[in-house]
Design a protein around this ligand. Structure first.
Ligand SMILES: *Cc1c(COP(=O)(O)O)cnc(C)c1O
Length: 730
């Protein structure tokens, strides 16, 4: 592979640094950068193989999660230059100490040639001994007089910050970046980027000018239902062949008679431009996208690739984004699914704002990819032939059953719902997985037969009604017998399972597919003896069935807590609800499984006012300012799901700092005290729960503050709050 390579590693900020360099500072030269966050053993290999034309510089990101991985990456990359962003705590469990992480990361740079250089942070862990056998010059950003320095930082209006820089040649400049000031921790990474550019000979002026064009790519596809009624997928932050191909996989999950792909092309592909665009057109055709809306320099190539493979498809070409936006404004109501993709320079934000403008001020972000990863973490507890059921009752715990089901359908065997009505809605949305229904009412039996649902059965009356319905529809219904082993809700007692099963065996249109029970206290270690009694009751019921010669293919007992805590309760299927949302039913479960946090609720500052000391805030004067106070209201109240119990109790995060909730929570609004928090402005984001820009508030914590269980907190967010679904592959 000809041409020099710059290798980047570090605990955080690798991708941002790579994008900062590739998209703004060095794009004037022919620079290749690894796509997305391709930094694993496989990602690095793919990044290297995807590099085709000779380039002036290849920027390759490398990440490790365990010891002795880096040497393989180093041998593949063979860098001439290296940057280490920082030594943090990511993947700490694979190493055991920060020193071990530092040692591993430095492996990437062991063979840098003398004509190269290495840029590292000013961290005492990176001492002489560790760097002893590195043969090239070493620079430390932040302290080295040969490098640019960050003198000061300040907010520069909504969503922007200003960096005051001093260069070794004596120049001082101000670099404005599209990064919110609350995300200050990323500035050190940008400084590393600025120093890298400087070491490559880029001038202070160019750094300031081109660095200002940097927008941190969100690297994630956002999905939401627009006011116009279509499902909108927005990925208008960046476009390259890899990310464009990957976002077209949206159409594997969502199909329709009127699907749109709005594509503004991909930049900086040199002589491969026409070819790569044609490939995208062909792929859109293969995904059966019905309307292709194009703008950008290689629109002809995309159109040709598409028409060639899909003659019935409709292509609209536009001279510029403005013309495309005007068209979309008129016709979007006809569309069912719209995918928007293009490079930042195409300024597709006017188009997405057209759809976005009517969003409410509080947004509930739900990461479909993280939900999938959590489901797969649970699947990992099961043997290869074990089955996984994901509970989608109560709108998938308040997130949206249809969206989650569509995304999970290929990863999950069963979905579970409480009522038949919920299953009807899933079937209507095209979900073909097996669906377990917890409670069947007399009116529901025909739907069960018609839609091929699997009901939970614990009474002979219901079984007979189901049998008659199945006969009417000329089908067989698979049922799951439920045993009440101590939950005290549904099911027959263990000693009644035999007689019930024997009677059901006579009903020729029913088939006993499963035997199940449910734990009442599996989250609570103090109640483990009780849970074991429940298990024993279940075994007794199983033996009674076996004695009748019935061996149901599925036995299932465990939900999120028991699946993690009681391996012996996993049987042939586990039924997971809360866990897929990354929430632990109890602390003990957190010790057994590592889950990701897919749910984040962000509100914003709706109003701001300074009050004198002694002034009452909100209804019934339940809070009085003790000092001069800056009080903000956010557009989120108890109607939306923020419990009134959090009045004077809870807190939110504003600009990276805790802001207590003060006074009574109102129906639509809530006051938070932002006194002493710098640079708060109307419109600033407020984290209510979840993870965002390095801050986090766990749902469990919110539940504790108001004295309830995380389940209740998770499920109750009103449908007034806009949900945005993310596909954010890491
Ligand atoms: C809700 C429910 C589950 C899932 O429970 P989680 O604790 O959320 O995992 C499993 N089985 C039954 C019968 C349920 O009602």
């Amino acid at each position: 592979m000809p041409g020099p390579t710059l290798a980047i590693t570090g605990s955080n900020g690798k991708t941002i640094l790579k994008d900062f360099l590739a998209h703004s500072l060095m794009s004037r030269e022919l620079v290749y950068a690894s796509p997305g966050s391709y930094n694993s053993q496989v990602g690095v290999a793919l990044s290297l193989l995807a590099r085709r034309t000779p380039v002036a510089l290849a920027i390759i990101e490398a990440g490790v999660s365990q010891q002795n991985e880096m040497q393989h990456l180093a041998a593949m990359i063979r860098p001439r230059h290296g940057v280490l962003t920082n030594i943090g705590l990511a993947h700490f469990e694979g190493f055991g100490s920060r020193a071990a992480i530092a040692r591993e990361k430095i492996q990437l740079f062991r063979d840098l040639p003398p004509e190269g250089w290495l840029l590292i942070p000013d961290d005492p862990l990176l001492d002489e001994a560790l760097l002893a056998d590195i043969r090239c010059p070493i620079y430390r950003f932040g302290s080295d007089p040969r490098l640019p320095k960050l003198i000061a930082t300040s907010p520069a209006g909504r969503g922007r910050s200003q960096l005051h820089l001093a260069f070794p040649d004596g120049q001082e400049t101000f670099l404005q970046v599209a990064i919110d000031y609350s995300w200050r921790e990323v500035f050190q990474t940008l400084l590393a980027g600025i120093c890298t550019a400087w070491l490559f000979g880029i001038s202070a002026n160019s750094i300031t000018r081109y660095g200002g064009a940097f927008n941190p790519p969100l690297n994630r596809l956002e999905l939401w239902q627009s006011e116009q009624g279509c499902l909108l997928a927005n990925d208008s932050y960046s476009a390259d062949p890899v990310s464009t191909r990957s976002c077209l996989s949206l159409f594997d999950h969502y199909q329709g008679k009127n699907t749109w792909f709005i594509f503004a092309g991909m930049g900086e592909l040199g002589e491969r431009g026409a070819y790569e665009h044609r490939v995208i057109g062909e792929l859109a055709a293969r995904k059966q996208v019905k309307h292709l809306l194009l703008t950008g320099p290689h629109a002809d190539a995309t159109a040709e690739g598409y028409r060639h493979a899909f003659a019935e498809g409709v292509v609209h070409q536009f001279d510029d984004t403005a013309a495309l936006t005007r068209y979309a404004d008129h016709h979007a109501k006809e569309a069912e699914v719209v995918l928007i993709k293009g490079p930042r320079e195409a300024r597709l934000d006017t188009l997405t704002n057209l759809f976005k403008s009517k969003l409410t001020q509080t947004v509930y972000y739900i990461s479909l990819t993280k939900i999938r990863d959590n489901a797969l973490a649970y699947r990992g507890l099961m043997p290869a032939d074990g089955k996984l059921l994901v509970m989608l009752k109560a709108f998938a715990y308040g997130t949206d059953a249809g969206q989650i089901a569509r995304f999970l359908q290929t990863h999950v065997d069963f979905f579970g719902v409480a009522y038949v009505k919920e299953a009807v809605s899933l079937r209507r949305q095209g979900i073909n997985n097996e669906i377990l229904v917890q409670l069947v009412l007399p009116d529901d039996v025909d739907e069960v037969a018609r839609l091929d649902l699997q009901p939970v059965v614990f009474s002979l009356d219901v079984a007979r009604a189901l049998n008659t319905a199945a006969e009417r529809h000329n089908t067989r219904i698979k049922i799951h017998l439920k045993v009440d082993t101590g939950m005290g809700r549904f099911g027959v007692f263990p000693d009644q399972v035999g007689p019930l099963a024997a009677a059901i065996q006579e009903l020729k249109h029913l088939q006993i597919e499963g035997l199940m029970t449910h734990f009442s206290s599996a989250d609570d270690p103090e109640a483990d003896a009780f849970s074991r009694e429940q298990l024993a009751g279940f075994e007794q019921a199983r033996a009674a069935l076996n004695a009748l010669g019935i061996d149901p293919p599925l036995c299932h007992a465990a939900a999120s807590a028991a699946a993690a805590r009681f391996p012996e309760a996993r049987f042939s299927m586990i039924r997971i609800g809360l866990g897929v949302y990354g929430i632990y039913p109890s602390r003990e479960v957190a010790e057994t499984l590592v889950l990701k946090c897919p749910v984040t609720l962000l509100s914003q500052i709706g109003s701001l006012k300074t009050y004198p000391p002694g002034y009452p805030i909100s209804y019934n004067q339940r809070f009085t300012t003790k000092r001069e106070s800056r009080i903000a209201f956010m557009p989120l109240g108890y109607y939306d799901g923020l419990s009134r119990k959090l009045s004077n109790q809870g807190y939110v995060i504003v600009n990276g700092r805790r802001a207590p909730i003060v006074g009574s929570v109102c129906m639509d609004f809530t006051a938070v005290d932002v006194t002493g928090i710098e640079d708060v402005a109307v419109g600033d984001p407020v984290l209510v729960f979840g993870e965002w820009r390095g801050n986090s508030i766990r749902v469990e914590e919110l539940a504790e503050m108001e004295g309830t269980i995380p389940y209740e907190v998770l499920v109750r967010w009103s449908h007034r709050i806009q949900r945005i679904y993310l596909m954010d592959e890491e």
